[in-house]
Design a protein around this ligand. Structure first.
Ligand code: NAD
Length: 354
């Protein structure tokens, strides 16, 4: 595999492979940029079919974290880690302790937290061997803990901003939202949407997860194959990335795409197809920053949960600025967001809020 020649390689500062024979750990850490601070981003555990697939994913995700942290004005650069393995079968405390040693060996250049397939318990095991971890359990009222509910709050507020901008409606009541994936983020998002009186459609490859939100929030379950193409106001992808591509976009009937999943566009040019179809796209790394805001405040300490929530309230304003600029300049929202993120990355760290 020629890492430097992969299309996802974008001048990353570091790509490190970690192996621990005793625990079976196979992990990759990618640091995209430390221009704005230590590289922070979650650790994904996923049964990648090939190492190349894992490298491509960690490269793409870590670049996304540089953009996300820059846009959220956090004193963090962008990094990410992947552990190759099935989170339902291959987890042991020893595996995460070994991963912690791997993180620690980079001396704080990379800070880890939860992502798909990892939990607060896993972070506690990582914390046995490194201090460079966040997303741990915290006392009530203190910032931190599971980032999922905070990500959901940012997405919820972002959906409201998108509905206001695109559909001219200040309320979600009576509107409809299709949520693809009701795990750590999607579950909480459904609760907030239902709480505002939105009609919620859900699909999850894990049937019990979908059943739970149907029971608790009166959502309606639809098939995994059809969730993307329902006629709704908003489609919220909250499962995995690359769901918006040349095959799925022509089938979309939503007016707005606004969800938590990272890297929703298979390629940058898919943003053009959304624009041509008159579908408003909320750039993923802007709308889903609630979790990393919480992770950052937990890591640096001294912030309360209420302060984190206040910081998350800035997400809808940031999105509206992107929507307005994109409309003004007849450009895609993803191109506008990428440009803004790159401009921030090029600035000095002291200009950012610590
Ligand atoms: P999760 O693993 O807890 O939940 C994902 C859910 O999607 C699972 O229930 C899974 O069964 C389901 N799913 C997988 N493939 C599916 C498919 N094809 N159709 C329908 N459902 C499917 O993950 P999460 O923490 O809720 O994160 C969701 C997404 O948001 C991920 O892309 C993640 O990278 C992103 N994200 C999460 C956070 C966070 O704070 N957890 C922050 C930023 C971004």
């Amino acid at each position: 595999m020629e890492v430097f020649d992969l299309p996802e390689f974008d001048g990353h500062e570091l790509v490190a492979f970690g192996h621990d024979a005793a625990s079976g750990l196979k992990a990759i850490i990618a640091v995209h940029s430390t221009a704005l601070g230590p590289a922070a981003g979650g650790c994904r555990m996923w049964p990648y079919a090939t190492t190349t697939e894992a490298v491509s994913d960690v490269l793409r995700l870590s670049r996304g974290m540089s953009y996300k942290n820059a846009m959220a004005q956090l004193p963090f650069g962008g990094g990410k880690a992947v552990i190759i393995g099935d989170a339902r079968k291959a987890k042991t405390p020893e595996l995460f302790e070994a991963f912690g040693r791997f993180v620690d060996s980079h001396g704080g250049r990379y800070i880890t937290a939860e992502d798909v397939g990892t939990t607060i318990t896993d972070m506690s095991n990582i914390a046995r061997s490194t201090q460079y971890v966040s997303g741990l359990g915290r006392a009530p009222g203190e910032a931190g803990g599971d980032p999922g509910p905070k990500t959901a709050l940012g997405v919820f507020l972002g959906i409201k901003a998108a509905v206001k901008f695109k559909l001219g409606r200040a309320e979600l009541a009576g509107g409809s939202v299709a949520v693809q994936g009701v795990g750590g983020v999607g579950y909480h998002l459904c609760g907030m949407l239902a709480g505002e009186g939105a009609k919620v459609l859900v699909a999850d490859v894990r049937a019990p997860a979908a059943e739970r939100v149907c029971q608790e929030f009166k959502a309606t379950a639809v098939s995994v194959d059809e969730i993307l193409s329902h006629k709704v106001d908003v489609l919220a992808p909250c499962a995995l990335g690359a769901v918006l591509d040349a095959t799925s976009i022509p089938r979309l009937r939503a007016r707005i795409i606004a969800g938590a999943a990272n890297n929703q566009l298979a390629q940058g040019q898919d943003g053009m197809a959304l624009l041509a179809a008159d579908i408003l796209y909320a750039p993923d790394y802007v709308i889903n920053a609630g979790g990393i805001i919480s992770v950052a405040r937990e890591y640096y300490g001294g912030a309360t949960q209420a302060q984190v929530n206040t910081e998350i309230q800035a997400i809808p304003q940031r999105l509206t600025e992107i929507f307005e600029r994109a409309r003004r300049e007849s450009r895609t929202t993803n191109a506008v967001a990428d440009q803004m993120a790159r401009e921030r990355l090029a600035r000095r760290p002291q200009q950012l809020v610590a």
